[in-house]
Design a protein around this ligand. Structure first.
Ligand code: ADP
Ligand code: MG
Length: 252
């Protein structure tokens, strides 16, 4: 379909008396990596929670793939291809990397059965094998998550989120806790997702990552979008420099 994969118009969210998101408009185009940056407390996580259905907006519209979703439960949004990852990673430690992808590929109702089936070894699916290859993770296919580094587990969790072919993947600080080499690898993987049919909304404080992989960057400050543009446009926007990029320590 044409048109944005995600279109948010006039979304306002309150936490008690606090306005966490104030009349936010934001779109993500197909085959695009969009960034969302801003100081701590700006409302970035609230925005991800609102998109994925864990927080209800007070006002506003959220259209995903051309349909309104703000009344849908999180699992219904995920089933339509609006998917997020969690910091807990949610990997099964007693299944191999390949098996973790296979479980994620199965529909939720089939998952329990499928998990049992994996006790019979050497299950494969073309999609999971292709994704492991495309993302450069094939070498870990037979390993258990517990045998991998923290950074490698993050990459497997990302692959796991992508195996069901989401149209939009929401990532809240995926580089947190990764070392520079792991962050670079994360960046390379993210850049392959649009051609695999997945757009990305990336929240992170690592400016090298965000500016390096995003086609468009949105800046939040006190719940408002204060800038939207290419990385170069946003980096040189005086309001953005004042609110976020100016003080080295905050956006390092
Ligand atoms: N569950 C909550 N209850 C009350 N206030 C919250 C809650 N979650 C976040 N906030 C507040 O909302 C604002 C936005 O928070 P958050 O979305 O976590 O920002 P960010 O992810 O950009 O750091 C902050 O002032 C934060 O303290
Ligand atoms: Mg946050």
């Amino acid at each position: 379909m044409s048109g944005p994969v995600l279109e948010v118009v006039g979304v306002t969210v309150r936490h008690g008396g606090l306005v966490a998101l104030n009349d936010v408009d934001l779109s993500v185009e197909p085959a695009t990596i969009a960034g969302l940056i801003g100081p701590n407390g700006a409302g970035k996580t609230t925005f991800i929670d609102t998109l994925s259905g864990f927080t209800r907006p007070r006002t506003g519209r959220i259209s995903f793939d051309g349909e309104r979703v703000e009344e849908l439960a999180p699992h219904d949004r995920a089933r339509r291809g609006l998917v997020r990852t969690f910091q807990s990673l949610e990997l099964f430690d007693d299944l191999t990397v390949r098996e973790n992808l296979l479980v994620a590929e199965a529909t939720p109702t089939l998952r329990a059965t499928v998990t049992d089936l994996f006790r019979r070894k050497d299950q494969r699916s073309p999609r999971a094998e292709e994704l492991l290859d495309d993302l450069g993770l094939a070498g870990w296919a037979d390993r258990l998550p517990t045998e991998l580094s923290n950074g490698q587990r993050h990459l497997v969790a990302l692959a796991r989120a992508v195996v069901a072919r989401p149209k939009l993947l929401l990532l809240d600080e995926p580089a947190a806790g990764l070392d520079p080499a792991e962050t670079a690898e994360l960046g390379e993987i993210l850049q392959r997702l649009p051609e695999l049919g997945t757009s990305v909304l990336l929240v992170d404080h690592d400016m090298a990552l965000v500016m390096g992989v995003c086609h468009v960057v949105n800046v939040l400050d006190f719940g408002r979008v204060i800038a939207t543009g290419t990385p170069a446009q946003v980096r040189s926007d005086p309001q953005v420099v004042a609110a976020y990029l100016g003080s080295e320590g905050r956006a390092s």
